[in-house]
Design a protein around this ligand. Structure first.
Ligand SMILES: [Zn+2]
Ligand SMILES: [Zn+2]
Length: 349
C-alpha cells in the first residue's frame, strides 16, 4: 500500500508498505483523508526528533476495516476520526480525565508497518499518511457519516489542539478579551473556539495581511499584522493571549499584553532548547503562563462535541480545508504548507 515515509533524510511517497492485522484492543482503519500539520514537517526538519524509518501523518479520518478482540465501540464500516492520543485508559491520570497526561502514552512508538521485510515506526501513534493504519481503540472516535472525511480528519489535531486550548485549558468565558498570535491551522481554531466560548473581543494577529479574511470568517473581531497595535485596541490588555507561532519574542509579547489576572497560553513550538524571558514583577498581578498539550483534550468526548458543533454550523471545518491533494502530491502539499499558502492542506487516498 501507499504511504509517506521519512527515512531520516527525505520524506517520499512509497507504494510497498504493509501493515499488520489489529491485535486485541486495536482497530484497523482505512484512511480516507489526512491533514498535513506542521508537526509532520517538524519531524522532517528535525525539530521533533523521531526514530526512522517512520510513516508520517497524525490528523486523519477514515473507515473502520477490522477490529481486534475486545473492541466494541466501533464496527467495520463506521466512519471515524483518529486522535493521536494512545492513552492507556487505566492509569490515575486517565481515570481523573486527563488522558493527555497519561505517561504510558508517550515515548513508546510502535512499529505496525513493514517495508522490504523491515519494521517501520508509527508517528504519533497514528501514521495517517498511509492507506491503512492500526491504532488503539481509545484513538478511534465514531463520527456521523454526513461529515465529509476530509473535514473530520482535521478534528484529530488542529481542532482538538486549538479549540481544546480555549475550552479546556484557558476556559475562556463569555465577554473575555482574547488575542490570538498566528492564524495558521491551530490559530484559526483558537479564534473559532473563542467565538464559541462567547469572547467579546477576538484580536487576531498575523504578519500576512492575506490571512485577515479567514481570521474574520472564523470569528476575529479585529485583525492586526503586528502585536504592536494590540494596546490601541485593548488599552488594559487581554484576558487570554494565545501564542500559536512558537517564537520567543512573541511569547514575551504575549506575556506583556496580559491584563491583571490574564493568562498567556503557549501553543507554538519553538526549538526544544529555546528559552524565553519575562519581567517577574509583571506576574505579581495574578498572571499566568500556561503550557497546553493537545488541547488538554478528552478525545472521545471532545471529537463527538466538535462533530456536533460542525453539524449545527458553529464549528467551521470546510473552510479550514484550503486544498486537497492526492497522496502522490505530498511534496507539493508540503511546499505549500511551508510557504504558508494554506490553512490546512489535506491528503486524500
Ligand atoms: Zn498536528
Ligand atoms: Zn493512562
Amino acid at each position: 500500500m501507499r504511504g509517506v515515509l521519512f527515512d531520516g533524510r527525505r520524506a517520499e511517497v512509497v507504494d510497498d508498505l504493509e501493515v499488520r492485522d489489529p491485535g486485541p484492543g486495536e482497530v484497523l482503519v482505512s484512511v480516507a483523508a489526512a491533514g498535513l500539520c506542521h508537526s509532520d514537517l517538524s519531524v522532517v526538519d528535525g525539530t521533533i526528533p523521531f526514530p526512522v524509518p517512520v510513516v508520517l501523518g497524525h490528523e486523519g479520518a477514515g473507515v473502520v476495516e477490522a477490529v481486534g478482540v475486545g473492541v466494541t465501540h466501533v464496527v467495520r464500516g463506521d466512519h471515524v476520526a483518529l486522535s493521536t492520543l494512545a492513552n492507556c485508559g487505566t492509569c490515575a491520570d486517565c481515570d481523573r480525565g486527563r488522558p493527555t497526561m497519561c505517561r504510558r502514552a508517550i515515548g513508546r512508538p510502535g512499529r505496525p508497518f513493514r517495508r522490504g521485510g523491515r519494521p517501520v515506526f508509527q508517528f504519533a501513534a497514528n501514521s495517517a499518511f498511509a492507506e491503512r493504519t492500526v491504532v488503539k481503540a481509545v484513538q478511534v472516535v465514531p463520527v456521523p457519516k454526513d461529515i465529509p472525511l476530509p473535514c473530520a480528519a482535521l478534528i484529530g489535531c488542529g481542532v482538538l489542539t486549538g479549540v481544546g486550548a480555549v475550552l479546556n485549558r484557558a476556559r475562556v468565558d463569555r465577554g473575555d478579551r482574547v488575542v490570538v498570535i498566528g492564524t495558521g491551522g491551530v490559530g484559526l481554531n483558537v479564534v473559532q473556539g473563542a467565538r464559541i466560548a462567547g469572547a467579546l473581543r477576538i484580536v487576531a494577529v498575523d504578519a500576512h495581511p492575506a490571512k485577515e479574511e479567514a481570521a474574520r470568517r472564523f470569528g476575529a473581531t479585529d485583525f492586526l499584522t503586528s502585536v504592536d497595535g494590540v494596546r490601541e485596541l485593548l488599552p488594559d490588555g487581554a484576558d487570554h493571549v494565545f501564542e500559536c507561532v512558537g517564537r520567543v519574542e512573541l511569547i514575551r509579547a504575549a506575556v506583556d499584553l496580559l491584563d491583571r489576572h490574564g493568562q498567556a497560553v503557549l501553543l507554538g513550538v519553538p526549538p526544544a532548547t529555546a528559552e524565553a524571558s519575562f519581567l517577574v514583577s509583571s506576574m505579581y498581578l495574578d498572571k499566568a503562563i500556561l503550557g497546553c498539550r493537545y488541547g488538554s483534550s478528552r478525545p472521545q468526548r471532545d471529537i463527538a462535541l466538535y462533530a456536533d458543533l460542525y453539524r449545527t454550523g458553529r464549528l467551521l471545518l470546510d473552510e479550514l480545508v484550503t486544498r486537497t491533494y492526492p497522496v502522490e502530491d505530498f511534496a507539493r502539499a508540503a511546499a505549500d504548507a511551508e510557504a504558508g499558502k494554506v490553512a490546512r492542506g489535506v491528503l486524500t487516498f
